[in-house]
Design a protein. Sequence first.
Lengths: 111, 113
Amino acid sequence: DQQVKQNSPSLSVQEGRISILNCDYTNSMFDYFLWYKKYPAEGPTFLISISSIKDKNEDGRFTVFLNKSAKHLSLHIVPSQPGDSAVYFCAASVGTYKYIFGTGTRLKVLA
Amino acid sequence: DGGITQSPKYLFRKEGQNVTLSCEQNLNHDAMYWYRQDPGQGLRLIYYSQIVNDFQKGDIAEGYSVSREKKESFPLTVTSAQKNPTAFYLCASSIVSRDYEQYFGPGTRLTVT
């Protein structure tokens, strides 16, 4: 049973536009949420996180939004750049060290 | 140049053989992790270790074993008891207080036939 779901396996966006990647979760006990980015032939790299006590966290072009009532997490990338083309994983924590990852969304930013 | 190395990149084994996957880090991180990724699934935690000589089972530890004799090293052994060992294996490390920011290696793809 997937507790963290990324229902869109892929997404294409024009360069300069906004990319919105979505993630849904089922466990209301999750207290921390993350986004990781993965390029081919490399391991995932940490991108941004948000605590369950917040509803927004921003870091440069990346903003994560948390809607606890809807159990929904989203990552906004503005403006999108070709170098952002990668697979993006969301993850959620039920406690220290243990994170549950989604299946990933492949983002392609078109030049 | 700090980072995590996993070797080899590709590994092939016959069914019934144990195989050990290497993971080394020079980031001075106390915490280390092993994940497994299968097609269409997210990363699943196999084992994690917060400190040398201590490790904890993750969600899918059955058929796997680990050791943490040195801070830098966290090898994973896939035993013959693991029913479906063919997968992509990722090792990661982190500072204990920032476990959400894990640094991943490039992974090892294990194929068992």
